[in-house]
Design a protein around this ligand. Structure first.
Ligand SMILES: [Zn+2]
Ligand SMILES: [Zn+2]
Length: 445
């Protein structure tokens, strides 16, 4: 590194710490950890914390479903305007992408999802959902608040950023594949890496959990209509019974995982929908079934999809019925497997360890859940992690998608500080790699 480069980077670095410039070496292991610590102090200050809590509660009261997050998006843009952060809008209908820093490389993205779920909130509290049948039961309201919190901290340090932080507020994580549409609309143009947080009731407050490699499954949905010939229940010989056919189909589908898949290759086929008939003494004309299938590799996923279609149509014909199968990818796109980048995992452990202590960086076992963050991590290095919320002194925190789901707002500063620190440290490390010490460059060879 040349002296002038060293000097400018040293200046940037010290500006982050608000310390006078000294002769300490740039990226010194003693001082670098101070960035996330300082950011956590900022995120916990009443100015940032109370503001984040207010935003989260406002969004919680007005939940909006996927691709309908108009008010949430408006609120985000109003806050970005207030902070003087430029942004692009709309992407994927309601999505917003903000930019903090120089506007030049390196670019690092931090992401929040904005959508709620179609379910009724059961928690009685002052800021309960005001919209019947809609609820933020997955914590996406907290995700937005934490990303705005990070934006506030980063914007205050924008002059010290030698790169650009990209704030990704996306719609429709819950099945709609908003991330895919954000990508199609150019949300990650020029971006080198992306980080995503999900709140988790299963881990204690002040901890994070994740791992390198595949962490969440690939997911798809299917629906099939099995058609027979309806008639009187007492004269089955004059009918073709689709209920019996659908029952055979469902049992046969269970053989895909238990008999065809490698027992060491996790897969799931679940039929969650079975609709047909309405009277005790009538055999209906048709039955509709639907479900989800999940796998941890692309090959297994494609194999499952193909076999689901075959089993449904062929088993239907054994029972003298016809079947049509749809996977409805337009409305419910297949989610790829979420794979955490190996280098980002090491980087994450360093940065999160500096904030929380290494003992609070937990290993997360992969689960068959799915996340559309996977679309981002398919095209650029991505890293997705859980943020702990559990605190027994504050009662039980239910897991996501429960009508009793609650967010522990004490987790918000951790999320904001992690976002801000990961982005800042990523840019610093990338810069130091882009401008290595002169003596180490041998690319003339
Ligand atoms: Zn969810
Ligand atoms: Zn979620």
């Amino acid at each position: 590194m040349g002296f002038s480069q060293w000097l400018s980077l040293t200046f940037i670095f010290h500006a982050f710490l608000s310390l006078p410039i000294s002769s300490e070496p740039f990226l010194s292991p003693e001082v670098l950890p101070q960035i996330p610590v300082n950011f956590l102090d900022l995120a916990k200050s009443p100015e940032v914390f109370d503001w984040m809590v207010g935003i989260r509660r406002k969004i919680h009261e007005n939940p909006e479903l996927g691709f309908e997050e108009f008010e949430t998006s408006k609120l985000i843009r109003a806050e970005l305007d207030q902070m003087g952060i430029p942004y692009k809008y709309p992407l994927a209908q309601t999505g917003v992408v903000g930019y903090i820093g120089t506007g030049s490389p390196p670019f690092v993205a931090i992401r929040a999802d904005m959508d709620a779920l179609a379910m009724q909130e059961s928690v009685e509290w002052e800021h309960k959902s005001k919209v019947p049948g809609k609820m933020h039961a997955c914590g996406h309201d907290a995700h937005v608040a934490m990303l705005l919190g990070a934006a506030k901290i980063l914007q205050d340090h924008r002059l010290e950023l030698q790169g650009t932080v990209v704030l990704v507020f996306q719609p429709a994580e819950e099945g709609g594949g908003g991330a895919k549409k954000m990508l199609d609309d150019g949300a990650l143009e020029n971006v080198d890496a992306i980080f995503g947080i999900h709140v988790a009731a299963s881990y204690p407050i002040g901890t994070v959990a994740s791992r390198s490699g595949p962490i969440l499954a690939g997911n798809g949905f299917f629906e099939a209509v099995i058609s027979g010939k309806g008639g009187h229940a007492a004269i089955p010989q004059h009918t073709i019974d689709p209920i019996l056919a659908a029952s055979h189909i469902i049992v046969s589908l269970q053989h895909l995982v238990s008999r065809e898949a490698d027992p060491l290759d996790s897969q799931v086929v679940t039929v969650g929908k079975f609709q047909g008939g309405g009277a005790f003494n009538v055999i209906p004309d048709s039955v509709t079934i639907g479900g989800t299938f999940r796998a941890f590799s692309k090959e297994s996923f494609i194999q499952l999809k193909q076999r689901i279609e075959e089993v449904i149509t062929k088993q239907a014909s054994v029972q003298r019925c016809n079947a049509t199968v749809i996977f409805n990818e337009n409305e419910k796109p297949f989610y790829p497997v979420t794979v955490n980048d190996k280098d980002l995992h090491e980087f994450f452990q360093k940065v999160a360890g500096d904030i929380l202590g290494t003992q609070n960086i937990l290993d997360k076992q992969p689960t068959m859940g799915a996340e559309d963050f996977s679309f981002y991590a398919e095209v650029i290095p991505g890293y997705f992690f859980s943020l702990g919320m559990k605190n027994e002194t504050q009662g039980r925190f239910e897991s996501g998608h429960s009508p009793n789901f609650r967010v522990n707002e004490d987790a918000l500063p951790y999320g904001a500080a992690l976002h801000a620190s990961l982005a800042t440290r990523y840019i610093l490390e990338k810069q130091s790699k882009l401008n290595p010490p002169k003596g180490s460059i041998h690319d003339e060879l």
